[in-house]
Design a protein around this ligand. Sequence first.
Ligand code: SF4
Ligand code: SF4
Length: 400
Amino acid sequence: MSQAQHSPLSRRAFLRTTTCTAAAAGIGAIVQRARGATTTQPARPLLPHGVLGRTKFPVTLVSFGAIKLRDHDHTRVLKLAIDKGVNLLHTSDSYGGGKSIAAVANLFKADKTYRDKVFLCLKGLTRQKEAELDKMLATLGTDHVDSWLCELQTPDAGRLETVQALLDAMKKKGKVRHPGFVCHVDMNGSIEMVVEKAPTFFDVALIAMTMAPVPGDRDKDRTGPQSERFVKNLKALREKGVGILSMKSGAAKAVQKGSEVYLPHAKAILQAGADSILTSMDAFEQVEMIAQLDIKSPHLTEKDRQAAIDFKQQRAGACLMCGECTGACPLGLPVADLMRFRMYTQEYGLADQARLEYTALGPGVHNAIANCGLCEVCSGVCPVGLASSATVRETAAMLA
Ligand code: SF4
Ligand code: SF4
């Protein structure tokens, strides 16, 4: 497949919807203001940006994932990122047991103008409830969130109806501007359900991009069928006007390695269909690197392509969030969740987050894990050879 066929963004379309930084890169900025956007308008983007689907928000191509924020120094990292021009921020009351959202709140409370400089996305740990949203808004000192990302982990039509009713109600009350969804378990199944049953409902989707291919990668690995289905689904979602935020692509690891790794990775993720790459940052040098990134074109040179492929291969065992193991375990164990907690610990260095989410699974699951070990049904279905009795037990032992 040619690069042009692979990419939902032609080079011309990409250039039309992006600008390059004036302040950081010294290149004259072409300013785009969203027309008819119903959300808070930040100052015009200083960094390269596109458009976040039907929200029409001029989102920077790299956005700020706040899962690693824990303290006052991290608040300063976030401030620097916003000062440099990053204009979308994602956090949750569940990150770091509330430390992430507190670090964000410290900035918003110190200078209220920072709230209006970002498109704010929130999600919760529990199945979303109004009280949980109210608590986050109160912590942040704001009366609304730009997008509330509600969990659609599997293609569950009943859950979809519940989420739609809740988001409709929150929109009517003015607490939520744009309905959003997030999935960590069965990406393909959940996207297919949204495209079929609620094609115009959601404005924003937070999508795990582990299955996104690198254009021109001829290595037909075990993720091939899931990856092809994912590309098709993402394209369908984009065609419905849903703004795509990328997560779990490996950006958190890539940003630590510097621009030689981050830039090719980012281009590959943008070519796969993301509007913005949510990147977990916790250091000033990471922000400085992002601010100077020459990302005005998503075109991958041969060198970029090889670097993106090499990086993808380093993460060959990462959970795809493909959903193949969903419902497969005879003990009912949430294997994909456990593998995600493993990733938080081993790739993100977020053992505290992993432990919090593991604890939230409850004693029923914890006790059932003690009986895991005989069947290996999960390892039989996992396309990347990650799920197994060994990794399930090891993860549980690590987080208990
Ligand atoms: S090996 Fe363990 S986690 Fe995997 S399917 Fe069997 S019981 Fe479930
Ligand atoms: S553990 Fe394996 S089968 Fe399960 S979601 Fe992750 S990649 Fe897919």
